[in-house]
Design a binder for this molecule. Structure first.
Ligand code: HEC
Length: 142
């Protein structure tokens, strides 16, 4: 009960008043993990030829998360627990280019999965995976 009251109180607080770096890092990592979850799910489906009917759902989920991804790196959100490199904030143009590439690759993958045309799905997921790596190589610590 107490927990519920605390949660309710938290919900009543105005949104976005304090940019708390720790919370921003936590949220960013959770969003990335969700993106990773969809990616691993799609890889498992394609590699093992199981649950094909779920492919488009994961592709849509990932594309939806790609819409919020550009917003999870606000200024002041670099913390000790963060694996983001300083280059995220020091090279905003390069970072934005990597992000744009990912967002469009996620949309392409969603369209390909939706179409059910497997000759489109292969290249689309490869491009999508390449866009993760393209950003991680330059902007994420190991
Ligand atoms: C534009 C840059 C960018 C793109 C694109 C990107 N990532 Fe990330 N990702 C990061 C950064 C930076 C971090 C480190 C976040 C932190 O700890 O502050 C990260 C962290 C992660 C993590 C670790 C989360 C955790 O803390 O456990 C996973 C998993 C992940 N990304 C998966 C993916 C996948 C899968 C894709 C592509 C489908 C992707 N990312 C695309 C920048 C990106």
């Amino acid at each position: 009960m107490k927990k519920q009251i605390v949660l309710l109180a938290a919900l009543l607080l105005p949104v976005g008043v304090v940019a708390d770096g720790k919370v921003e890092t936590e949220y960013r990592q959770a969003v990335m993990k969700s993106i990773g979850g969809h990616m691993v799910s799609m890889g498992t489906i394609l590699k093992n030829r199981v649950h094909f009917e779920d492919l488009a759902l994961h592709a849509r989920g990932l594309a939806a998360l790609a819409e919020v991804a550009p917003n999870v790196f606000p200024d002041g959100s670099q913390t000790e627990k963060s694996k983001s490199l300083d280059s995220v904030w020091e090279d905003p143009e390069g970072f934005k280019a990597a992000m744009d590439k990912f967002v469009s690759a996620a949309q392409d993958m969603s369209a390909a999965a939706e179409s059910g045309d497997m000759s489109r799905v292969g290249p689309a997921i490869q491009a999508l995976g390449g866009s993760c790596k393209g950003c991680h190589d330059d902007y994420k610590a190991e």
